[in-house]
Ligand binder design. Structure first.
Ligand code: SF4
Length: 358
């Protein structure tokens, strides 16, 4: 079976070429071609001698996520439904979104197919956990999205690990991919531009704090009390708010680093002024900014918050010294919630295609 190269570190690629009897620096050349130059086809790695390329064609492979469907939103964002696995890994479908904006693009990627965490406002939860996504499959989503849009790429690329799955429950593969994203000799992204969002897996947060190379951390809070959070995010019963927020307080933030607190505003559920005041108290002594994300009505039994409630919530935070921003999901016309494409695809492959034009 040919060896999969995508997702391998420079060290692993050096060990691989050594096993073929080649000088180890050839591993560094493959690393450069794959990640810095995005030469995703072995034949296109013209920095390697032709004889080695011929050998690699027999002994190795580069497997990218396959695009099953792409949906282009009126706001320019593109949602991808990818198929992964098949030959030696369980087949699965995952999602990624490419969001262009003035001067930059943001790519949202998946770290698991489905998810076991069971947040009640999330469609991915309804899939259950199908399987973990490998480091190569995580990196592959970024590479395919960049290649697909190469004609109009902006200078800055942001990556958010916020698609299907809980990244900290697939820690090793996620961090292997993040190291390549952040490596100046790899994709060379800035740690400020790569963000990992967690539902609050405390052991993972503690482990992340020990990493030399790590992304920015976003905490998906979404509630102002344990009672509320238990109802929305059952993971809160395992890692309740005081445990989660204490882990944040102990986290060794670097100078100018801060947490992003994600707070989905669900109309009539967690969007009252009292909720806002409780959030202020919860975040005491935590260097954080809050992203308020108004809920988009969809297939789940929640409603959008009133515009005045959103503004009042934000004002209370700001007046108490907590930076807060209102963020609206991109690509709402092509299904805003992660998990939606895979759910629809598993129910009826034609229903999605008949609704959207790409
Ligand atoms: Fe999993 Fe994230 Fe959905 Fe929660 S919000 S169920 S962690 S994918």
């Amino acid at each position: 079976m040919p060896v999969e190269l995508l997702g391998k570190s420079a060290e692993e690629l050096r060990a691989f070429v050594a096993s073929l009897g080649e000088p180890t620096y050839r591993g560094g050349q493959i690393y450069h071609a794959l990640y810095a130059e995005r030469r995703l086809d072995l034949a296109a790695m013209t920095n390697l001698p032709a004889a080695l390329r011929a050998r690699l064609a027999e002994e190795a492979r580069v497997t990218l996520p396959r695009i099953v469907r792409r949906f282009t939103s009126v706001d320019g964002s593109v949602r991808y439904l990818f198929s992964i696995g098949g030959e030696d890994a369980k087949p699965a479908q995952i999602e990624a979104v490419f969001m262009p904006k003035e001067g930059r693009q943001t790519i949202c990627i998946s770290t698991q197919a489905g998810c076991a965490v069971d947040c009640h406002f999330c469609l991915t939860a309804q899939l259950g956990l199908i399987r973990n996504v490998s480091a190569g499959e995580i990196i592959g989503q970024v590479l395919v999205a960049l290649e697909e849009n190469r004609e109009h790429l902006a200078p800055q690329t942001n990556v958010v690990l916020m698609g299907q799955g809980e990244p900290l429950l697939n820690y090793d593969a996620t961090m292997a991919a993040v190291r390549i994203l952040l490596d100046p000799k790899g994709l060379a992204l800035s740690p400020r531009h790569v963000s990992l969002s967690t539902s609050g897996i405390v052991p993972g947060i503690e482990r992340m704090g020990q990493e030399k190379i790590r992304p920015s951390l976003a905490i998906s809070l979404n509630a102002s009390s344990d009672e509320q959070r238990d109802a929305l995010m059952p993971i809160n019963r395992k890692y309740p708010l005081d445990v989660l927020l204490e882990a944040c307080r102990r986290y060794p933030l670097r100078p100018r680093e801060y947490f992003t607190i994600e707070y989905v505003l669900l109309g009539g559920v967690n969007d009252s002024p009292e909720d806002a005041r409780r959030v202020v108290r919860l975040l005491a002594h935590i260097r954080a900014k809050v992203n308020l994300i108004p809920w988009n009505p969809g297939n789940l039994p929640y409603r959008a918050p009133e515009p005045e409630r959103i503004e009042e919530f934000r004002t209370i935070l700001i007046e108490k010294g907590v930076p807060a921003f209102t963020r609206y999901s991109r690509g709402q016309d092509v299904f805003a919630a992660c998990g939606q494409l895979a759910l629809i695809e598993s129910a009826s492959p034609l229903s999605a295609a008949s609704v959207f034009l790409s």
